[in-house]
Structures are given as structure tokens and as C-alpha cells.
Design a binder for this molecule. Structure first.
Ligand code: SF4
Length: 334
């Protein structure tokens, strides 16, 4: 039992007491012993028991760009760390980080302060929560971000956007970057690919991360033929990215599965993104460059896993002076 769980409310009910968890948008009401949809948070007489707290599902050091943040300290190394549990129903059971290993010898524990120190010792420029959903690991993520920020590391999360606004507000001050996995732009797509109470809550999180907390946001969409590739749905998604997040927001468009039809849908989505005015659209192919949207000078090269900033003075294009809105500083930009 962790004692500082703030996103849990005890509510009197007919059978005793129920705990309402406010870490993610499901807002589960849990009787003592009842497990949440994430399968890692359990109701208790005095709050919640976190089955996943401090348990690490993965940790590695590598380029931040591995986590679809390409305009955010692009040539830097980050400690990527993550835990167990998902908030999206579609990931439960088949996602790699859905279930805590039953075998205790396969469980690894790493306290947040040691993780933050490890990033410092290994000269990582930043730390990203990259595996499993941060919302269902909220207390650990909050500690990790706070401690990493105190050590002057940048901080980021890769997320489905399932957290509540109050959860975001608890970490927003310490959060620099957010890599958003946007599964679609309709109730139907989210029913098949996500499974959240209201998919629009995902949009609200991304908008708030920018408007209230000055975070850098990049969006990734995996296109599945016949599921989320309807042109009108894609058009609405692109318009939202452009208008709510900004035309400089990078959009990573990847094939969600194998097959020529999905490959064609993915290319169509990218074309549509360009036509509707997004400046930076990336796919799955290697060695993609970043070019200035105004004069087309190369700003960033990526060659065989090595990223170089080549055409920038600060965050402006050296050729035409266009402000690219890349995030290269630990100071918040807004
Ligand atoms: S994190 Fe989400 S799914 Fe898990 S118990 Fe809390 S509200 Fe429910």
C-alpha cells in the first residue's frame, strides 16, 4: 500500500466503502479487493493498493527519437523506463506490458530516485516513461519526473492520453515532452483500437499539455486499413492536430499492420496531411530528414541511426530564419 495516493477518493457505499480512482479516464469505483480495468490497481479499505508500484517492465538507454519525439532534443540520449499496466482495453491481454509476471524472480524493482540518478550517471540528457501506460503508474511517474527535473534532465512520457486532467496537472509542471499515441478520430475507431470511456478525453489531454503546461507534443497514428483510414476521419484528425496543437506539430504516420492495402492507406494519410498544411510528417522508412517548411533547407539529418542538427541557428532555419518550434531547451517555451 502506498500512502500518498492523491488521485483516489473514498466514498461511502451500501456495502461499506468504495474507492474511486482518478488516475485514468475510467474512474473505476472499486470495493475493497476489487481490481481496476488496468489490472494493477486494487481497491482497499483505506484507498488503493498499487500492484505495479516500483516494478519496472523495461529500461534502456537510446536515442529519444526511438520514442517518436523527433523535434525534442533530437540528437540526445534518454533513459527509457516503463512499468506494467494499460488503461486502454484494446491493449489488455495482448500488449507486452499488460500483466505483471507471476514469477517473482522475473519482477524487477527500481525506485524512482535510483532511476533518476542512473540517468545522470550514464550522461543521459533526459528520461522518458516509454513502456506501459503512465496513467496507471501515476505515482511512480510523478516521482520519476520530479527527481529527473531536479537533476536537470528533460522529461517525457509516451502515452495513449488516457490520464485524467487532474493526473496531468500533478505532473505537468515537471513534464517537458509528450509522445501521443492517437489511435483514430471517431468512436468507432477507438472502440476497436483503444477502448476508453470517451476518446475525446485524449484530445483534451494533449491540448491541456500544451496550453496549460507548455509541453512539446508529437502525435503518432498507426493506420489500419478498414479501421481508421476513412478519408473524412483522417481529415478531421489532421485538422485537429493543425488547429488545436499547431501546424508545426510532428505527425508520425505508421502502418498499423502488414499488407499492401495498409501501406497504401498510410501513404494516402501522409499525402492528406501535407495537403491540409501540416509541416512535419514522418513515416516508418529509415534516414528521414527534417526540412524547413518554408525554404526546404535540411534542418536535421538522420543517417543510419545518427541524428545531426545541420541547418539551425538555435531553433530557426539558418537559410530563411523560419522559427521551427523545435524543443531544444529545458526552459518551457510557452
Ligand atoms: S488507473 Fe484507470 S483503470 Fe486503473 S483503477 Fe484507476 S481508473 Fe481504473
Amino acid at each position: 500500500m502506498l500512502n500518498d495516493i492523491e488521485l483516489a477518493d473514498l466514498v461511502a457505499s451500501g456495502n461499506g466503502v468504495t474507492t474511486v480512482c482518478r488516475a485514468c479516464q475510467w474512474r473505476c469505483a472499486l470495493a475493497p479487493g476489487e481490481i481496476g480495468r488496468c489490472l494493477v490497481r486494487v481497491g482497499a479499505d483505506t484507498g488503493l493498493t498499487l500492484l505495479n508500484h516500483g516494478l519496472i517492465a523495461g529500461a534502456s538507454i537510446g536515442p529519444i527519437e526511438d520514442h517518436r519525439l523527433w523535434h525534442f532534443f533530437p540528437d540526445s540520449l534518454a533513459l527509457a523506463i516503463g512499468g506494467w499496466g494499460y488503461a486502454t482495453v484494446a491493449d489488455q491481454g495482448r500488449g507486452p506490458y499488460g500483466s505483471i509476471p507471476e514469477d517473482p524472480t522475473k519482477r524487477r524493482r527500481l525506485d524512482a530516485d535510483r532511476a533518476a540518478n542512473f540517468a545522470l550517471e550514464r550522461l543521459c540528457r533526459g528520461v522518458i516513461w516509454a513502456y506501459g501506460e503512465p496513467a496507471v503508474n501515476h505515482e511512480y511517474v510523478r516521482g520519476l519526473l520530479q527527481l529527473s527535473r531536479a537533476a536537470s534532465r528533460y522529461t517525457a512520457i509516451a502515452t495513449t492520453g488516457a490520464m485524467t486532467e487532474e493526473a496531468l496537472d500533478q505532473i505537468g509542471h515537471y513534464l517537458d515532452g509528450l509522445s501521443l499515441d492517437l489511435r483514430g478520430f471517431s468512436e468507432t475507431s477507438y472502440a476497436r483500437l483503444g477502448g476508453l470511456p470517451d476518446w475525446r478525453g485524449v484530445l483534451a489531454i494533449a491540448e491541456r499539455a500544451i496550453s496549460r503546461w507548455g509541453c512539446h507534443v508529437e502525435v503518432t497514428t498507426r493506420v489500419h486499413h478498414g479501421v481508421n483510414d476513412d478519408p473524412e476521419e483522417l481529415r478531421a484528425m489532421i485538422s485537429w492536430i493543425k488547429e488545436a496543437l499547431g501546424e508545426h506539430t510532428p505527425w508520425h504516420v505508421l502502418p498499423g499492420d502488414a499488407g499492401s492495402e495498409t501501406a497504401s492507406s498510410t501513404m494516402r494519410a501522409r499525402r492528406l496531411g501535407h495537403e491540409l498544411g501540416l509541416h512535419y510528417i514522418y513515416g516508418a522508412e529509415p534516414n528521414q530528414q527534417t526540412r524547413c517548411p518554408i525554404c526546404h533547407q535540411t534542418l536535421i539529418t538522420r543517417t543510419n541511426g545518427v541524428t545531426r542538427l545541420t541547418g539551425l541557428t538555435g531553433t530557426a532555419c539558418t537559410s530563411c530564419g523560419h522559427e521551427t518550434q523545435l524543443h531544444l531547451s529545458i526552459f518551457k517555451q510557452r
